[in-house]
Design a protein around this ligand. Structure first.
Ligand SMILES: NC(=O)c1ccc[n+]([C@@H]2O[C@H](COP(=O)([O-])OP(=O)(O)OC[C@H]3O[C@@H](n4cnc5c(N)ncnc54)[C@H](OP(=O)(O)O)[C@@H]3O)[C@@H](O)[C@H]2O)c1
Length: 313
């Protein structure tokens, strides 16, 4: 593993974060129906109390609502918060200048002068990784972002982004990708190993597989909305995974299914950012960090999920 650069060291010290897609998203997450601003505020507050300070948002979450709510909460707390947000590569954003411009919009919504991590949300057929990184460097030069990263980048694109930045002495801080016990593609295709080798923090999104790894959903009781149809096959494979998570939780003083699922990611060297709709969820998720399951337990979870990886999409 390479030395982590001083600029990105803070990111490697974070064990767990808080995802903020739920803050404003009605289509998938039912904002306004299953959770209110008060619930979200409580999730934020309890996270800070429990030492979870890294919040992941994006300009597209709730069309800016997530960033606005985060900004409001930051203004009302005296505790330090580490902010990560993302640039969305809409097709009409075709040149590097759109990147610092979009970040200025995010900064205005959040009400801060700079963010700790600015990420490219998705790769784009319109802008190359090289052009995108030129835009990201501009963000650093202008003091708008402390570090920069990518999201949903496969190894090839990630390496192109890494090299472009490296030519200017800037580290690629992170790659945020889908990674959970039920979606282990990044382990199998070498992205996780390559990130470790290059000092790039792998941030794991959907670490609870959108609620499936909490133990509350089953084929008989599927998640609401669009998640139900997407996860029909996966739900059938879930019972042995949940049983193993429960057993490991019992070995560690009664950790919950969610906490064990998150801890497995931490043991793998990833930074999970579970989304939370309310105080209870945020409180449980914070307890995914601060302890370690044994290597044997990691291996047991590897084994029980190995056979179901093809159903992860
Ligand atoms: N870069 C990207 O392209 C990308 C893509 C996806 C997500 N993300 C980021 O990653 C974050 C997390 O991913 P995600 O939101 O997709 O999925 P997730 O973290 O796997 O699941 C979150 C959902 O699970 C349920 N939940 C969470 N904690 C729980 C608990 N302790 N007990 C019971 N239920 C619980 C809640 O939904 P219900 O209560 O409705 O079941 C919650 O909305 C997002 O918020 C976002 O910041 C990034």
């Amino acid at each position: 593993m390479t030395e982590t650069s001083s600029e990105t060291r803070f990111l490697h010290a974070i064990q767990i974060g808080l995802g903020a897609w739920q803050w404003g998203d009605r289509v998938i997450w039912g904002y306004g129906q299953t959770h209110t601003d008060k619930d979200i505020r409580e999730a934020f507050d309890v996270s800070l109390t429990l030492g979870v300070r890294f919040v992941d948002t994006a300009e597209i979450y709730g069309s800016g609502t997530s960033e606005r709510l985060l900004g409001k909460f930051i203004k009302e707390t005296d505790q330090p918060v580490l902010v990560a947000t993302k640039f969305f590569p809409w097709p009409w954003r075709f040149s590097k200048g759109f990147i610092p411009r979009a970040l200025k919009g995010s900064l205005e919504r959040i009400g801060v002068e700079s963010v700790d991590l600015y990420q490219i949300h998705w790769p784009s057929p319109i802008m190359s990784p090289e052009t995108m990184m030129e835009g990201m460097m501009e963000c650093i030069k202008q003091g708008l972002a402390r570090t920069v990263g990518v999201s949903n980048f496969g190894q090839k694109r990630m390496l192109r982004a890494y090299s472009t930045l490296a030519q200017h002495g800037i580290p690629l801080a992170s790659n945020q990708v889908h990674y959970s016990l039920l979606s282990r593609e990044v382990e199998k295709n070498g992205t996780l190993a390559r990130c470790k080798e290059l000092g790039i923090r792998l941030i794991a999104y959907s670490p609870l597989e959108k609620g499936l790894l909490t133990g509350k959903y089953s084929s008989e009781n599927p998640p609401p909305g669009v998640r139900a149809s997407r996860y029909v096959e996966l739900l059938k494979k879930l019972p042995p995974v949940i049983r193993t998570l429960q057993e490991i939780g019992q070995n560690h003083g009664g950790k919950t299914v969610s906490q064990v699922a998150l801890n497995w990611l931490i043991c793998k060297g990833a930074l999970p950012i579970p989304g939370a709709k309310n105080l209870q969820q945020a409180e449980i998720n914070a307890g995914g960090a601060g302890w370690h399951m044994t290597e044997d337990e990691v291996a047991r979870l590897d084994e029980v999920t190995d056979n179901i990886r093809e159903y992860s999409k």
